[in-house]
Ligand binder design. Structure first.
Ligand SMILES: [Zn+2]
Ligand SMILES: [Zn+2]
Length: 266
């Protein structure tokens, strides 16, 4: 497959927008930090102190942040963005999930031969109602502990959902597979009124004697506009194996499943 590249210029317009946003959020952090210092709760005082320090720092640092970039996906043409990601960060197209990297204001598709150190290249799940389980939050007060209990009660168990269609060969190197493994994740299922717990099970992932852990569940971040949501999906170490998996399991990411729009931070 030939290298496919598109222009990915840094934008003064996006930079101005980002600086303005920081100049609104920064003073707000300082304001709430200042008033939070008077709280009786130690945790709130600590968080408030941090906000009181970080707010003004954000205001001062924002103009000096690197400029964000934007340009068309090399594969499908959908608009992609990069906001302060590391230079070699993986940029996933919000429309077709093509994997690319940016350098010298150019967006280039990742070679098929790429193998990441940890599962990174995403594929969509067969279900469009799965959302990440954010896990237990720290209870700040007696009232919040009661809310935790309540959400335990309204959270029912929906059993196990299985993914078991895998391309042949090791999920990392593609060589003859000699064994298999599983990966799992506890997620929330979006219902009409209640959120339901479920376990996702990736079962029978093939691998060779030399490799394991080629596939994992996880949050997928897209190089879309900062107001677009993330998704929950499967991630692969091998780019080629991910493509083979997507041919077998041609599902689409449903970023709406993860709820309201979120501002992504660097
Ligand atoms: Zn694309
Ligand atoms: Zn292998």
């Amino acid at each position: 497959m030939p290298d496919q590249s598109t222009p990915f210029p840094k934008s003064w317009g996006l930079h101005a927008l980002a600086v303005l946003t920081a100049w609104i959020i920064g003073p707000a952090m300082a304001y709430f930090g200042y008033y939070g210092l008077g709280s009786e709760e130690t945790v709130i005082v600590v968080l408030s102190g941090a906000a009181l320090l970080a707010g003004p720092m954000l205001v001062v640092a924002a103009p000096f942040m690197p400029r964000p970039s934007s340009g068309p996906c090399p594969l499908c043409g959908a608009k992609m963005y990069s906001f302060w990601q590391a230079a070699d960060a993986l940029l996933v197209c919000p429309s077709c999930a093509a994997c690319a990297t940016a350098s010298n204001e150019t967006l280039t598709l990742l070679p098929m031969t790429n193998v990441a150190d940890v599962p990174a290249y995403p594929a969509a799940l067969p279900w469009d109602d799965v959302v990440e389980n954010p896990g237990k939050t720290v209870a700040f007060s007696a009232q919040d502990v009661a809310m935790d209990k309540l959400s335990e009660l309204i959270t029912r168990n929906a059993g196990v959902r299985v993914i078991d269609k895998w391309p042949p060969g090791c999920s990392v190197c593609g060589a003859q597979a000699t064994q298999s493994e599983a990966a799992s994740a506890e997620v929330l299922i979006k219902g009409r009124a209640l959120e339901t717990k479920a376990t996702l099970l990736a079962h029978g992932i093939p691998h060779c004697a030399a490799h394991s852990n080629g596939v994992a569940f996880g949050r997928v971040e897209f190089a879309g506009s900062p107001t677009e949501g993330d998704a929950f999906g499967l991630k692969f170490r091998s780019h080629a194996y991910r493509e083979a998996f997507r041919k077998l399991n041609p599902h689409k990411f449903d970023r709406q499943a993860n709820g309201p729009l979120k501002i992504r931070t660097a």
